[in-house]
Design a protein around this ligand. Sequence first.
Ligand code: CO
Length: 153
Amino acid sequence: MAVYQVVTIGDQILRDKAKTVTKFDDRIIKLLDNMKDTMELEEGVGLAAPQIGISKRVIIAFKEDEDKVIEIINPEIIEASGEELGDEGCLSVPGQVGKVKRYTDVLVKGKDARGNDVEYRASGMFARILQHEIDHLEGVLFVDKIVKEEIKE
Ligand code: CO
């Protein structure tokens, strides 16, 4: 177990497309442990492996209704519907928040640490976290998607 320094915006690894995981071994278990420790210390609600400098398709996310952190390896959005604007931030972009448009409901499938199929039907905050983390695997940051608010006079 170890806490990693979170990579911040400007580092190329956050812009690279992360690699698909093909081997489900102890290294993945260890990576997930390290990601969970890091996210807990930083008080985040989601984390993608590139954020600790590992360019692999691995994400973790806080699932509020079960009060636990779930992991998905090689996650893919296979269904999506609705859209809503909501505030986001990111451990890799310290001090910045902004409104981003996301699907309200998504179905995400992938693998667990042992290579078994998993799927999560997500809505609201959990759906938002999953979309944000999956974006990280494509080298996309929430700041790329911020919707400018109308200026009220
Ligand atoms: Co992020």
